[in-house]
Write a protein that binds this ligand. Structure first.
Ligand code: HEC
Length: 457
């Protein structure tokens, strides 16, 4: 079962309640499993020979494949998930807990609901998959016969290409064994004689059990850094004109390669500023992070950049205009930005801190038609994803990007970093708040609406 290290996160809260209710049920499951381990008493299903066993759904034929594609990126031996789901024994032992988290859609973790664009990296089980797992559990966890090629729920990883540039840390991160979350920062400097065309960036941590998420900004320190195509979208949108790309990473996400021709240029000289969030650990640990950069094999003709609209930008309209969240209150804000040039959106990233409650981003086309981009009914600081568009989206000049978000600064918000709640203002630290919408974009070209991310790395 989970190590105490993970108890701070949201799932744990649900689960603690669940555990209390089902402690007894677990004992029964355990007793049944122990009983079923006695070969003399076992039927073909791995279950006792009492009554008819429904063999229409078996671990080997259906369940292992669902678990492999939907869970093992995190729930493997070294992954960030607290339980390893790579074997029949582990899956069946945790069956009731799995049933609990999948039916409430706590797992796989994915905050965006169906009110918005379709995303390529969506981590959700289909209704049918949930039905299959429920039925399999109801029917008594039938194991079935192992079939060729499916000995266990193995994660389908193929060795990918090696990174072209690997940036290392000078010093290790130290994670204190005090069962508290921590945020750590590092800077990776780089220098070369030419501009590198980049098609993917990956962050590699050796402590996946406690690594929670990271965000990074790639900066150039020469004037050259913004690449030739400063076509963009009103330079006033950038806080720091030397930042060429920002991105996020979470364990289990892996690197995603831009579609052919898309990417960005790594400046000749610059740095990657990384902020890393570790979950609580009961023991002292060290971690040394690597930033892996993959160069594009084909020329980049569609240079990408990002737009970040936030509560701090003077060019955005914020209402109410003062970004303050009073203690013991809920506060709603609306952020609006009028688009100055046509562009194509490849991915979006909503961002708030611990007081965030809900988040909705939409676009109002010049004809007044409003459509939803992304809706997170229950914001959770722990799962900050970059949402990759299933197919790219065109945003027309004159459209308005609108973000509506609610913050909960009451003591009932269990993630509130201040107890009793305090007045919270804008700031980068996690005790302050932010309302940000990041869009990964490029200049629009006719036909972009049909382009997709590469499914293979
Ligand atoms: C992106 C990573 C990720 C994926 C994918 C994922 N999980 Fe999890 N899971 C976690 C993490 C991390 C936790 C610990 C709680 C937390 O941090 O929210 C967790 C907790 C759990 C727990 C509670 C375990 C405990 O003892 O606390 C169960 C059960 C679970 N996951 C089942 C699943 C199943 C089943 C799937 C696939 C259908 C799945 N998870 C997919 C990351 C993931």
């Amino acid at each position: 079962m989970a190590s105490p290290a993970f108890f701070n996160f949201s799932v744990s809260r649900h689960l603690n309640c669940f555990r209390a209710i089902t402690k007894f049920a677990f004992l029964i499951v355990l007793a049944t499993l122990l009983y079923s381990c006695n070969p003399d008493k076992r039927g073909p299903s791995g279950r006792p020979n009492s009554g008819q066993v429904d063999t229409s759904i078996s671990y080997y034929h259906q369940i292992a494949a669902i678990i492999a594609t939907r869970c093992l990126s995190c729930h493997s031996e070294k992954g960030p998930g607290p339980i390893n789901l790579a074997s029949y024994a582990n899956v069946s032992f945790n069956a009731e807990m799995i049933r609990y988290v999948i039916n409430r859609r706590i797992m796989p973790p994915w905050l965006a609901d169906e009110h918005g664009w379709d995303f390529a990296n969506k981590r959700v089980l289909s209704k049918q998959e949930i039905g299959t797992i429920n039925k399999w559990i109801d029917n008594g966890l039938y194991k079935g016969d192992s079939i060729a090629g499916v000995s266990q729920a193995k994660r389908l990883i193929t060795e990918g290409p090696k990174p072209d540039i690997v940036l290392h840390m000078d010093k290790h991160f130290f994670i204190k064994g005090d069962n508290k979350e921590s945020f750590q920062k590092a800077t990776f400097k780089f220098e070369s004689d030419s501009l590198f065309p980049v098609c993917a960036v990956e962050i590699v941590s050796k402590q996946l059990k406690v690594a929670h998420h990271a965000s990074y900004a790639i900066k150039g320190i020469s004037k050259f850094s913004r690449s030739a195509e400063e076509f963009l979208l009103g330079n006033d949108l950038f806080h720091d004109s030397s930042v060429v790309m920002i991105g996020g990473w979470a364990p289990g996400a892996g690197a995603t390669r831009f579609p052919e021709g898309f990417g960005f240029f790594l400046p000749k000289k610059g740095e990657v500023d990384l902020e890393f969030h570790y979950g609580p650990s009961p023991v002292d640990l060290t971690d040394s992070i690597e930033v892996d950069i993959y160069t594009a094999r084909k020329p980049i003709t569609r240079s990408c950049t990002f737009i970040s609209i936030s509560n701090g930008d003077s060019i955005c309209r914020l209402s109410p205009p003062l970004f303050e969240i009073q203690p013991n209150s809920f506060q709603k804000f609306t952020l609006q930005y009028t688009v100055k040039k046509d562009f194509t959106v490849l991915a979006v990233g909503p961002h708030m801190h611990y007081l965030g409650k809900s988040y909705h981003a939409s676009v109002i086309a010049p004809d007044g038609q409003e459509s939803s981009i992304i809706n997170l009914a229950h914001w959770n600081f722990s799962w900050q994803d970059q949402y990759l568009c299933q197919t790219f989206h065109h945003i027309e000049k004159g459209s308005v990007l609108k973000v509506e978000a609610e913050f909960d600064n009451t003591k009932d918000n269990l993630r509130n970093p201040s107890n009793p709640p305090k007045l919270v203002r804008s700031g980068w630290e996690s005790k302050s708040e932010m309302l940000v919408f990041i869009l990964l974009v490029t200049q629009y070209k006719l036909g972009d609406e049909t382009i997709r991310w590469n499914s293979e790395f």
